[in-house]
Write a protein that binds this ligand. Structure first.
Ligand code: GLU
Length: 278
């Protein structure tokens, strides 16, 4: 088919415009690397917004929690001041996509390092080790561990390792997956769910917020190594973030951040993990 020049130019322009629209529609991720953004003095970091003690957006618009403190410490080591950080909500099921699309520079959001996830993203760390556990109402006596969940309504979150683990190992439980753990906790409170399952440190944060309402079963049954998720293949960034985690552990800030954020949860400061320089 012969196309005259004017038509060809027209098609080219449409293609360019279309490509631009598609890029924008994919979430406005920028093409710059995290380290380039840090050099420019700002970073966008993915955290949880609804996990007390870990990543929480407060009513006054500030952010708090251990993950927020880790994220902020790492940013400062990359040369970015706290006031130049933009925190973005990173729900469990969206984390890989947020990183792959460049919508965040890195994620600090109770994010377990797994081989599956490593096919799409890289991880610095681990900076903390948690374990999957169960939260029930305070008056519950029959849920004592994952083996006692037969026929029980158990809530977890889409795209999380605890939800996957329930499907694989405890199919006798009636698993329901929501978008966030706070929605699961609301359902536990109302009686719509019998238990919530995720990492002990997350569940302990919810329990501490509502004294006498919930109780942690407190028998962790997995190992969840929390990593800082970043773009796959960005070795320079991973090395710098690993250096920052080691510095945070060495100078006492890591321990202090847990003492501050986990106060009243019953979660003690563990021995620090060894960063994996894979
Ligand atoms: N650490 C687990 C995970 O990465 C559960 C916590 C969460 O969903 O953020 O899936």
């Amino acid at each position: 088919m012969r196309i005259n020049r004017a038509v060809r130019v027209g098609i080219g322009a449409v293609a360019v415009a279309l490509a631009a629209t598609v890029t924008a529609a994919c979430g406005g991720g920028d093409e710059k690397s995290a380290l380039d953004n840090a050099k420019d003095g700002n970073l966008t970091i993915g955290i949880k917004f609804d996990q007390p003690g870990l990543g929480q957006r407060n009513t006054d618009g500030t952010y708090s929690g251990f993950d927020v403190d880790v994220a902020t410490y790492v940013a400062e080591k990359l040369g970015v001041k706290p006031e130049n950080i933009t925190f973005k909500e990173a729900p469990s099921g969206q984390r890989e996509t947020l990183i792959e699309n460049g919508q965040v520079d890195y994620i600090v959001a109770t994010y377990s390092i797994t081989d599956n996830r490593k096919e799409k993203v890289d991880f610095a760390g681990p900076y903390y080790i948690a374990g999957q556990d169960l939260l029930v109402r305070a008056d519950n006596t029959d849920i004592t561990g994952p083996e006692s969940l037969s026929g029980k309504k158990v809530c977890s979150v889409k795209g999380s390792t605890p939800a996957q683990n329930m499907k694989d190992k405890y199919p006798q439980a009636q698993l329901q997956t929501y978008d966030t753990y706070s929605l699961c906790v609301d359902a536990l409170r109302s009686g719509a769910m019998d238990a919530v399952t995720t990492d002990n440190v997350i569940l302990a944060g919810y329990a501490a917020q509502a004294p006498g309402v919930f109780k942690l079963v407190n028998k962790p049954f997995t190992t969840e190594k929390y990593g800082i998720g970043l773009k796959k293949g960005d070795t320079e960034l991973r090395t710098k973030v690993n250096d920052a985690i080691e510095a945070m552990i060495a100078d006492g800030s890591w321990k202090a951040a847990q003492e501050k954020n986990f106060a009243g949860t019953g979660i003690a400061v563990p021995a620090p993990p060894t960063v994996d320089r894979y």
